[in-house]
Design a protein around this ligand. Structure first.
Ligand code: ATP
Ligand code: LTN
Length: 340
């Protein structure tokens, strides 16, 4: 029995875990900062990609919408190129060990550590009418997601770096008391695209829960909307296409362009030398819409196939359930819970 456990804890390929909240329509920021990298990493890693619905309820959600978005997010993962034959795709609430481990890890996480989390500070300002304890302990649940599967690497945008550092601290603390229970995970954050900013306020992160749809590109919106939103994106008053401090709007559009074309900022500056913002924005809009074209048509096909999407959820949850139980039983044993 112990041998089986050890095999599950040490896979041949290194393991990856990541997730997105079904808290809104998935944006270009989520795509570039997370999903695009997930697709590439599938080749060399054993990957688990989750729709983290337990996290989403830290902010009030309309139940029918949450349910619909969870379904849509799974379809979008597949449409983007996550292969259900290679990777485990599942919904967080389908695997009870996430919440169970979160309770245990909460007892090894300091109030002071959680108080320093910038996402908590931001979100409690934005939702001052609902500063619930789930919002505060959110990073403990995220640590459980990652540690349950003994993940080595966690591909995310830069905004999640602090949460991964906390995950490492909690895992090291737990291991120092009980021995090597958890793998210590590393963040995987790509320099270009680690923070795509809002199109209406380029000093802020593009966010799917932004109430203004002009601030984000939805991965599945139509081509004309994408082109129009980029055309109207806020930029500064000079008209030189150059990556420079203070030019947040242009820097942001250059990052988007770079992510789809693979061109460096210098190459982009050369390409648009002598041209104005109008030409540049049109090129970014077209390139972005082209880059999302396949995802959009694949999504339109998949979203109609309820039985297929639900079968992915079910088999993903089964695999994740089995893997998660290994770690949870080990943790329960280590802390001294009675087993019969
Ligand atoms: P919310 O607005 O509800 O907080 P969000 O759009 O910030 O949601 P999350 O579900 O919190 O998205 O994040 C999912 C993944 O996408 C994380 O890895 C996160 O770092 C990444 N991500 C989110 N927004 C961006 C962005 N603007 N640029 C780059 N990566 C991003
Ligand atoms: N907190 C993340 C979403 C998330 C996550 C995870 C990401 C929840 N659990 C585990 C990576 C690994 C966010 O993007 N806000």
């Amino acid at each position: 029995m112990d041998e089986v456990k050890d095999l599950a804890a040490q896979p041949l390929k290194k393991r990856i875990f990541s997730g997105i909240q079904p808290s809104g329509i998935i944006t270009l920021g989520n795509y570039i900062g997370a999903i695009k990298n997930w697709v590439e990493l599938q080749r060399d890693y054993e990957c688990l990609y989750c729709v983290v619905d337990l996290h989403a309820i830290t902010v009030r959600q309309e139940p029918a919408e949450l349910r619909r978005r969870t379904f849509e997010a799974i379809a979008l993962y597949v449409a983007c190129g996550i292969d259900p034959e290679k990777s485990t795709i599942f919904v967080q609430s389908h695997v009870p060990a996430h919440a169970e481990l979160a309770w245990v890890l909460g007892c090894y996480t300091g109030f002071g550590e959680l108080s320093r989390m910038t996402q908590f500070k931001d979100k409690s300002q934005k939702h001052s009418d609902n500063i619930n304890s789930g919002l505060f302990t959110y990073p403990v649940l995220m640590a459980s997601d990652i540690l349950l599967y003994q993940a080595n690497l966690v591909p995310v945008g830069i905004d999640q770096k602090q949460h991964i550092e906390l995950t490492r601290d909690v895992a090291l603390r737990f291991n120092s008391v009980y021995g090597d229970v958890f793998t210590i995970p590393e963040p995987y954050i790509k320099e270009t695209g680690m923070k795509i900013n809002s199109l209406t306020d380029p000093t802020k992160k593009m966010s799917k829960s932004d109430p203004n749809p002009s601030s984000y590109i939805a991965v599945i919106e139509n081509r004309d909307d994408t082109i129009r939103k980029i055309k109207r994106a806020v930029t500064d008053s000079d008209s030189v296409i150059k990556h420079a401090p203070g030019k947040d709007g242009i820097n942001n559009l250059m990052s988007i362009y770079s992510c789809f074309t693979g061109k460096s900022f210098e190459e982009i500056e050369k390409e648009f030398a002598g041209k104005g913002y109008g030409d540049f924005k049109a090129a970014v809009g077209e390139t972005c819409a082209d880059g999302l074209e396949n995802v959009r048509s694949e999504y339109a096909r998949l979203i109609k196939d309820k039985a297929y999407i639900e079968s992915i959820m079910k088999s993903g949850a089964e695999k994740a359930f089995y893997m998660s139980r290994k770690t949870l039983s080990k943790v329960y044993k280590k802390v001294g819970f009675y087993h019969v």
